[in-house]
Design a binder for this molecule. Structure first.
Ligand SMILES: Cc1cc2nc3c(=O)[nH]c(=O)nc-3n(C[C@H](O)[C@H](O)[C@H](O)COP(=O)(O)OP(=O)(O)OC[C@H]3O[C@@H](n4cnc5c(N)ncnc54)[C@H](O)[C@@H]3O)c2cc1C
Length: 528
């Protein structure tokens, strides 16, 4: 019998499992694919390690949301390239999105306009970002379900900042209108790129506070781990196992049922029993796997059905000279202000850092080019039509990327393309929908899918629940869910078992766990 069974070894599932295991609970994670990571996973080819989705971890430095996770479980900081920023290539100009706040405040006025309206707009966005990043790091939790939640949220936002909460009903377009900047094409263009990538929504749809957070993620810190997500997961899973956790890969959960306060997870390798269960797969899959939750999830799933999207990624392993000549390793490109976003008109190029030989053999670099797409464009194609579309999209992405790297892909050692079909196959996401739903006023924050749907001992986490998509959101969700799981465990077991909850903390860790931590160069976690 396990204390907690976690379905899915993506970032949300693994972060939740590691937190609980570090608190002394006995956890097991089931993963359908042959390795952990999900949409933040990886694959290897001919000495290259490619990130299948997320290339950058957001806010993983000490003090950040991800940094708090690492401290909580006793894992040392991520080794890798802390990006100094990246470059946005708009159709008619380049804007360097510096991480440094002073450099960014100079650059945005220089490249996008220095009128009083622009200054007012940016001051406003800075204020929202500062207040709500602080609240996120403090663990603010939505949707609010009772007076206790309201009081806790108010404390975390800060009494002086409560008037800003009224902007929960505003969109980014409302803010631009209020500043008289709604028709400012370059500014709208840049915001469209940043919002499409972080809240998956347009300027017209994106809720203002979510948008202010999304467009400032680089200020919170973007890190590409050495070896990319392969390097990240190697360390993370070794640590989870050293804490005593069980990770079963290639072991999809077929169904979960609750009987007499115990959850039974059915898999091809037999049945497993746990006192609590965390579903860390998209809500659509949760509804299929846990029949008791299906009716509670149905209204959310029906509402969000049309707000799903897909991704296409071109993976290239190239000689180093094909990516020479640029100071930054990451770039975001828009080709046409007037064309719809996606299919290359908004794409992100991520190049492994120089000297990162876990990502690419010496003299070479790994390149990932990603863009959004409509799921419908990839449905109902026969084999030939699918191959043709896939090849055309790959070539299109390379052609656009040559604005930045003119010789990119000329002598590629590896070239592969991922489409919604690829994501469906390797992450089980229905239709290959990735990244959570497009966030709008009607389906985010207070209206988001909650972590608790009222089935005692059963929790939801991941990018289809609050706060939404991306590694930082999933990690914040893992913290909130782990707190609830622990709260329930402690109330069930009482004081006599309290030692179990601190078992894996530094001062309680068994000699075996301590030795294993030392071998992995890990520090035991600080007492809670
Ligand atoms: C192209 C692309 C680029 C991105 N770039 C970034 C970025 O740079 N930075 C960033 O922060 N975010 C980025 N994201 C978003 C980020 O990757 C995701 O939001 C996040 O990884 C989702 O994690 P998750 O744990 O919620 O879900 P998933 O990653 O989908 O994990 C769920 C896991 O559950 C497994 N599973 C499914 N069904 C079962 C079952 N029945 N039994 C057992 N296991 C099961 C799946 O195989 C999967 O491993 C990107 C996403 C994409 C697609």
């Amino acid at each position: 019998m396990y204390d907690v069974a976690i379905i899915g070894a993506g970032i949300a599932g693994m972060a939740t499992a590691a937190r609980l295991q570090a608190r002394g609970l006995r956890t097991i994670v089931f993963e359908a694919h042959g390795q952990p990571g999900g949409c933040a996973g990886f694959f290897r080819r001919r000495g290259f390690a490619f990130d299948v989705g997320a290339t950058t971890l957001v806010d993983f430095e000490p003090g950040g949301v991800g940094g708090e996770l690492l401290t909580d479980i006793g894992l040392s900081p991520v080794l890798g390239e802390a990006l100094p920023g990246y470059v946005a290539w708009l159709p008619d100009r380049r804007v360097t999105l510096h991480r440094d706040s002073w450099a960014w405040s100079v650059e945005r006025l220089r490249t996008l306009g220095d009128t009083p309206a622009h200054q007012r707009f940016w001051r406003w966005m800075d204020q929202l970002a500062t207040v709500f990043w602080r609240a996120s790091r403090a663990g603010v939790s939505l949707p609010l379900t009772g007076v206790g939640d309201v009081l806790q949220a108010a404390r975390r936002v800060g009494l002086a900042n409560l008037p800003l909460v009224r902007y929960l009903r505003w969109t980014m377009a409302d803010a631009l209108r209020a500043c008289g900047l709604h028709e400012d094409r370059p500014l709208r263009g840049l915001l469209s790129l940043l919002l499409e990538d972080t809240v998956h929504a347009s300027v017209e749809q994106a809720p203002l506070i979510n948008a202010a957070l999304g467009m400032t993620i680089r200020g919170a810190g973007l890190t590409r781990a050495t070896g990319g997500m392969h390097g990240f997961w190697r360390r993370f899973t070794a640590h989870y196992r050293a804490l005593g956790g069980t990770l079963r890969v290639g072991c999809p959960v077929q169904q979960v049922q609750k009987q007499h306060n115990v959850f039974q997870a059915r898999t091809r390798r037999g049945d497993f029993f746990a006192r609590q269960v965390v579903s860390a797969v998209p809500a659509t899959l949760t509804a299929r796997l846990i029949p008791e939750l299906a009716p509670r999830l149905r209204p959310y799933l029906e509402r969000d059905e049309k707000s799903l999207g897909g991704a296409i990624v071109e993976f290239l392993g190239v000689p180093e000279d094909e990516v020479a000549g640029q100071a930054f390793t990451h770039h975001q490109l828009m080709q046409d202000y007037d064309a719809p976003l996606g299919n290359g008109n908004n794409m992100f190029i991520s190049v492994s850092a120089p000297g990162d030989h876990d990502s690419a053999p010496p003299g070479c670099r790994a390149v990932m080019i990603s863009t959004h797409c409509q799921l419908a464009d990839w449905q109902g194609l026969d084999a030939d039509a699918y191959q043709q579309r896939k090849s055309e999209m790959g070539q299109r992405l390379i052609a656009y990327a040559r604005r930045v790297y003119p010789r990119l892909g000329q002598a590629a050692l590896v070239e592969e393309v991922a489409t919604p079909r690829t994501y469906e196959r390797f992450t089980q996401r229905p239709g290959g929908a990735v990244g959570g739903v497009r966030q709008m006023l009607t389906n985010s924050n207070q209206h988001a899918v909650p972590h608790d749907l009222g089935l005692p001992g059963c929790w939801l986490v991941g990018d289809s629940t609050w706060p939404g998509l991306g590694t930082v959101a999933c990690v914040l969700g893992s913290r909130l869910v782990a707190e609830r799981v622990l709260g329930r465990s402690q109330s069930r077991f009482g004081r006599s078992d309290s030692r179990r909850f601190g078992e894996a903390l530094g001062h309680h860790a068994s000699p075996k766990v301590r030795k294993s931590m030392r071998q992995e160069h890990l520090t035991p976690p600080a007492p809670a």
